[in-house]
Design a protein around this ligand. Structure first.
Ligand code: DQA
Length: 149
């Protein structure tokens, strides 16, 4: 018996700490602490054990990813704008070698062209976008399915 693989880390990148002050037509009005309360509830309801982190510093985000395997079985990632260009974060995710789901609050596929491209997409088992905060529940469900595979 290998024990339950239920520890998941929800990582937010650059400018996600400014939720609540960003364009509400894309991001709603919830602050990051409020979002984390809601996402914690989604996770617990699914039988997952969540932890959370956010940083505006790319190198720190890479270090979170490098160490993620020490504490977590899977990842939900919203790297913000880094999603679209940070090969450093892409490579750190490869080091993490954990099942991961990419999530975006806004509809990145329907906004500027440059938001459609994701450097982490090929390393992620799923991608959720344009579903607001509820997208995190979808992401956690996808991650749970991956952890049970
Ligand atoms: C975002 C979308 C990104 O394009 C943007 O740079 C963000 C947030 C989202 O959650 O919709 O900062 O990842």
């Amino acid at each position: 018996m290998g024990g339950m693989r239920n520890r998941v880390e929800i990582l937010h990148g650059v400018n996600l700490d400014a939720l609540g002050r960003r364009d509400p037509s894309h991001y709603g009005r919830m602050t990051l602490p409020e979002l984390e309360v809601k996402v914690r509830r989604f996770a617990v309801d699914l039988g997952l054990e969540p932890s959370f982190a956010q940083t505006n510093h790319e190198g720190e985000f890479c270090e979170f990813l490098q160490r993620a395997g020490e504490t977590s079985h899977g990842l939900v990632l919203n790297p913000g704008a880094w999603t679209h260009y940070s090969y450093a974060i892409r490579d750190a995710l490869e080091v993490a070698a954990l099942p991961a789901i990419e999530v975006h609050i806004s509809a990145v596929d329907d906004r500027e062209e440059w938001r459609r491209f994701s450097v982490i997409e090929e390393l992620c088992a799923g991608r959720v976008q344009g579903r607001g905060v509820d997208g995190y529940r979808d992401a956690l469900e996808l991650l749970k399915a991956e952890l049970e595979r």
